[in-house]
Design a protein. Structure first.
Length: 199
């Protein structure tokens, strides 16, 4: 078995270092020329920016591995990059289909906003206070708050009893009344003020 002298080793290390620097420069040149267009192409097919970045990164890693073939051939480099990216996108899509669906993690809210908890606690407090009132006091309070005699207490009773069809009916009647009143007010305003007429 032949032995390699220390001078030969140094020479081989120097050549390898020069090749590595040349490869790095070539890959940087490829990236500078083609990365933006390739990223735009890949981004259209990826669910998020991070996965698009991964595909583009892997494409340039493969270009680095195949740099001697790319520089030796007269092929168009951009076409080769697009083909590799397309193959990687296809592989990623197949992998996603074969894996179970994952749920995206919602980012944690900063500061621990507890407004919904406060709303639930307030609702329970008000409901408990209303239950302690007599029926006549509760009716007066509801009619005063909502301002529609008869309808308000009916709506409050339906909400408390969770009678959803009745709640929907009452809300529908109140909505139609509100729209009819707004429409009649607009029409009356247009009839009284000629500047407000629609041409």
């Amino acid at each position: 078995m032949p032995t390699i002298s220390s001078a030969s080793r140094d020479e081989l290390a120097r050549e390898a270092s020069e090749l590595t620097r040349a490869d790095d420069a070539a890959v940087r040149e490829l990236y500078a020329r083609h990365a933006r267009a390739l990223h735009g192409y890949v981004r259209r097919f990826c669910p998020d920016r991070a996965s698009a970045d991964d595909i583009v990164q892997e494409t340039f890693i493969r270009a680095w591995r195949h740099l001697p073939q790319l520089s030796a051939d007269d092929r168009l480099v951009r076409a080769w990059l697009y083909r590799v990216a397309r193959n990687l996108l296809t592989d990623a899509a197949r992998a996603r289909r074969s894996r179970p669906v994952t749920v995206r993690v919602q980012p944690a809210e900063e500061g621990g906003d507890d407004t919904k908890l406060s709303q639930v606690l307030d609702q329970q407090l008000v409901t408990g206070a209303l239950r302690q009132l007599s029926a006549s006091h509760r009716t007066v309070l509801v009619e005063t708050l909502f301002g529609y005699p008869g309808l308000s207490s009916l709506l409050a009773t339906a909400v408390t009893a969770r009678d959803y069809p009745e709640v929907q009916g009452i809300v529908l009647v109140m909505s139609v009344l509100f729209i009819a009143l707004k429409l009649s007010a607009d029409l009356l305003y247009g009839a009284l003020d000629p500047r407000a007429r629609i041409a």
